[in-house]
Design a protein around this ligand. Sequence first.
Ligand code: NAP
Length: 494
Amino acid sequence: MPGRGETMRGQQPYFREHLLYINGEWVPQTDGEVMEDRNPADGSVMAMVHMGGRQDAEKALAAAYAARGKWAATAPDVRERILLRAANEMEARAEGLTQLMIAESGSARYKAWGEVMGSAGILRVAAGECRRLHGEVLQPGGAGQMSMAVRSPLGVVLGITPFNYPMILAIKKLAYALAAGNTFILKPSPLTPATGLAIAGVFEAAGLPSGVLNVVPGRSEVIGDMLVDDPRVRMVTFTGSSAVGRSIAVRAARDLKKVAMELGGKNPLIVLKDFDPVQAADIAAYGAFCHQGQVCMATSRIIVEGDGYQPFCDALVCRAEGLKVGDPREEDTIIGPLIQPEKWKFIDGQIEDALSKGAKLLTGGRHEGPWYWPTVLADVTPEMRIFHEETFGPVTSVMRAKDPEEALALCNDNEYGLSAALLTHNLELAWSMGLRMEAGMVHINDTTFLSGTTAPSGGVKFSGFGREGGRYSMEDFTELKWLTMQVGPKKMPF
Ligand code: NAP
């Protein structure tokens, strides 16, 4: 029967009808809709996806809530085995999952394949964390007292994820939440629902008990507030835009729920004058144009010191013009389609604003259907919208700084603070600037778009709070309890 999440090792099974995954079963939507899931490259319908309504969301909440006690009590080695099996399943299905993301999200092959392999890696790290989740024995407060800090799961965690990295961003959340003993409801983006449901297929095959993971694609205007507001949900972990993140954090705060917010960025790359401009352009091009710039950590403000400016601009234009724009099914495509073809209007608006205020268009600025060409703007200043607003497209801005201090001031002149990078061989300067760059992640002599499985990833300022990765995620997905036991009599004050 179509739509089941059974083993989909080949390419074809993903291109069909997808049902919801609730309480360990593949079920049709009850009061939602069946949506055409379109390939952004050619607009063709690649699958039909069931989108949950309020009754479906209620079923997922009930299932996750009912399963939470038993899963929390499951031995760590059992959770570890399931996560390891999920990692193996992910790899066994890698080709099919890659094809799915190429078709559903316009991902180029290198990006989609990397996302699947990265997800398998995270599942293995999370598996290892199951046995490492421990508390602390504390100094007793008096004679006969045993005192401990004990970590326990929160209960039901709701994960809301964006379209751009639809697999790895969901795995980054749910793998650790499950490892810590929580149950999980995933609401993937309506632009990439089949990828979210494919994750459920992986866990089903790995033997995850019913109700522990529920995947309910749905429109936020139908089920978003309901899921966030439900008292059974004890934590909301969100990855997406800062505007939506803020509204969700405000809702969750009314019920004093825990939240983790992985939000947008306007990520600076500082190139100091001692750094080779051609090498700097290679680093910048990858950071700016990977996945058409639809990356939260995209290199979108490049601040170049002194005389290095012109050689750097020339080298970056050369790199940008050498990237193949086209159908992501072709192996050598680097720039695939924007997932929302109409996004060109927003991108053009930012570029026009910059040009009207003195910026220069060095290359790109052109679109055709869902394709937007890699674009480099020079002489960008803080007066321009593009200096401050996230673009989420293949556009990067270059600006001059007379010295490292001015570069630092431009870097920090932004409400976002996700990722930042600095290119220099001057170690003393690198260290002192690295400490002062206002971002949750700072990389010296590397790209802004860097991820590490066990590193704490997350932002500051308008880019959010909470840290994802390895033990940092485990801390986020648990609560710490102070537990004491008095052994023997204790004299009370009165
Ligand atoms: P988005 O518009 O904020 O949407 C993200 C998710 O939130 C979608 O699934 C969306 O579903 C859902 N949503 C929207 N309003 C909601 C509500 N009121 N209640 C519950 N869910 C709601 O972001 P996007 O356009 O998908 O993704 C791009 C953004 O994500 C960029 O800003 C990017 O920087 C950010 N991002 C951040 C990171 C990070 O790690 N920091 C990583 C990747 C992406 P609907 O479509 O149904 O509204």
